[in-house]
Design a protein. Structure first.
Length: 323
């Protein structure tokens, strides 16, 4: 359970000169909602040199703000008994292997039966933490490793590690097409101009960097490793689609199903029936917030992706043998 009230000092970046304080806090503290930040300012909980800051106050850049976060009220989300693939757990952290199809957090269209609801059943004290200790997300149909905090100090330290790019997240993806070589994709990502459900590479977006390594090539598809340097919404899916190699099964960015030439029926059925993006967060590394140990976890690909690779492998072997 968190302390009744949290106090900390927040250093403003030098390049935030002239920025409104509410906007700066939203940029520096993305784990908190804009509504929460506005409420802190309204209640006088953001102070600069004994002066209570207002939302519209402008910053000089480089100053230090004193922030007091009021005691958290227990969240009203329901604790629900659901399967939880636990990989690691101690007094500070929980690491799980999220299955495809599981939504991380309640929202419009998904009021319950989410990972958050399962976490509250596993540990009821998590209701005293923002978002029940969840510090990063995976898309609903992306499988793989996620870490959650069990205390407020651990949550703050994990968020800081993510900001400082000290948390390593590696993914395996099956893509349409045959990239010539690995590369680093350094392109900003923001909301699509016309479709609010999609993200896009856009000059108006936030910096986004993805490192791509080729693991295996098939006749018309490739298995790649994607290493995140930043963590934008749909980042891997958007970057690879922008490069012309969308993920197999991706409903938003995948386009038409790509088939190998003269493919057998079982290959066609597998590719056409793969109904989620072929993306799995297989490796997670971080520094333990209490022991300061470097920890790494890995998880094998789920059955659907493993089966997809077996069929693409057999298709490759069959066609190569016929040549």
């Amino acid at each position: 359970m968190i302390e009744p009230e949290t106090h900390f000092t927040l250093d403003i970046l030098a390049d935030m000169e002239g920025m409104r304080v509410d906007r700066a806090l939203a940029d520096l503290l993305p784990e908190y909602s804009r509504a929460a930040i506005q409420e802190w300012l309204k209640q006088g909980n953001v102070v600069l040199q004994n002066k209570r800051m207002k939302p519209s106050d402008r910053l000089r850049g480089g100053e230090s703000l004193q922030i007091s976060i009021p005691a958290q009220k227990p969240a009203q989300w329901a604790a629900q008994k659901m399967p939880l693939k636990l990989v690691y757990s101690d007094d500070h952290l929980i690491v799980i292997n999220k299955p495809a199809g599981l939504v991380v957090h309640p929202g419009a269209g998904n009021p319950d039966q989410t990972l958050l609801n399962a976490l509250l059943y596993f540990d009821p004290t998590l209701r005293y933490l923002p978002r029940a200790g969840i510090v990063h997300r995976l898309d609903k149909d992306t499988s793989g490793l996620m870490v959650m905090a069990r205390t407020e100090p651990a949550r703050q330290l994990l968020i800081e590690q993510i900001k400082d790019r000290q948390v390593s997240r590696r993914y395996l993806a099956v893509v349409n097409g045959l990239p010539v070589s690995g590369e680093t994709i350094d392109q900003p990502i923001g909301r699509h101009q016309h479709d609010r459900l999609r993200m896009a590479v856009t000059e108006r977006g936030k910096p986004a960097v993805t490192h791509i390594r080729i693991k295996q090539k098939f006749r018309s598809h490739s298995l790649v490793e994607a290493i995140l340097e930043t963590g934008r919404t749909h980042q891997i899916r958007v970057h690879l689609a922008w490069r012309g190699f969308p993920l197999v099964g991706d409903p938003l960015y995948g386009g038409r199903v790509k088939l190998p030439p003269s493919a057998e029926e079982r290959v066609i059925n597998c590719l056409q029936g793969f109904n989620r993006q072929a993306l799995h967060a297989y490796r997670l590394s971080l520094v333990h917030p209490a022991s300061q140990q470097n920890l790494t976890w890995q998880q094998e690909m789920p059955e659907d992706m493993d089966n997809l690779l077996r069929i693409l492998n057999s298709d490759q072997a069959l066609k190569s043998g016929n040549q």
